[in-house]
Design a protein around this ligand. Sequence first.
Ligand SMILES: *Cc1c(COP(=O)(O)O)cnc(C)c1O
Ligand code: SF4
Length: 343
Amino acid sequence: MHPTPTPPASSPATVPQWQREWQDSFRNTGELLEFLGLEPHSVAELPDLDPRFPLLVPRSYAERMRKRDWNDPLLKQVLATRHEEQERTGFIADAVGDLAAEEVPGVLRKYHGRTLLVLTGICAVHCRYCFRREFPYDELPMTRSKWNGVYVRLKADPSVEEILFSGGDPLSLSDANLRWHWEQAIAIPQIKRLRIHTRLPVVLPSRLDENFLGMVSELSKFKPVYLVIHANHANEISKEVVSRLKALRDSGAVVLNQSVLLRGVNDHADALVELSERLLDAGALPYYLHQLDRVRGAWHFEVPEETGLKLMEDLRKRLPGYGVPKYVREIAGAASKTELIRK
Ligand SMILES: *Cc1c(COP(=O)(O)O)cnc(C)c1O
Ligand code: SF4
């Protein structure tokens, strides 16, 4: 279950702009729909359907949505509908075998050399298709001394070469907290590189502020940092996102993007080509296009694999090789993400 952000403890004067913007997010379906000029009765949407995973949408993200359009690709990603309540065979709470891969709470080890840390359950946006929707975030280590135990454990394991910060969203942590984790990770001698999986640069680009970028340039000098953002549609990549991503790259991070193939959002070739073009404008490389993880409540987002394969053929025809993401599915228990290719 996703915890909902609480206001930062620091006094208003010291609260960074991005946190203030975040606090000002839409948290109520009615308000978001009113902002978009939509009548709540026209679809099967259900205001605040699941109290454990309520609507959460930063204003700057809502501003990128088209007004009066129920089919807006950004709105579709965040608006709960009654479809979520319908059970479907094969759609389960732990779709990718996270629990079986959890060594201790918050530490996931699935693949050779890589250990993923779920630093927090908090996000800046609630994506209705989220594969970690029902992750037991309340069991995560909550204090630095508990996390310190995790880093001691990692240090004693010579097979760990890369640490991934994930969540939830690790960029929802304050810079001070993030810096603490980052320093612990890169201080481990056998760690070659750090990876951060985050949607904040897309949904709340002001997160990439001077203080954060300064930290990236300082710490990436010690070990390379790979920052993997998450955008699914070109309309998400506003001018501000482009300029902040460029600044992020200039500060020394390698920037990659992963997307999820989503019905009604990006399941046609034009949308995926435009997404790759926008990412390349910003200097971010398309990394993965994920087949939807079959998590409970997300069945209505699924695109048939056959459609995905056909879309990939179109992308290969229309984009430079480095603009084509790998189309992958995560199979619980497999030794890597599984690339989907026509047999
Ligand atoms: C997806 C994932 C990774 C990263 O896999 P790459 O193919 O290297 O991007 C690492 N650990 C876990 C637990 C994952 O789910
Ligand atoms: S930002 Fe990522 S972890 Fe958070 S709700 Fe969206 S998909 Fe899930």
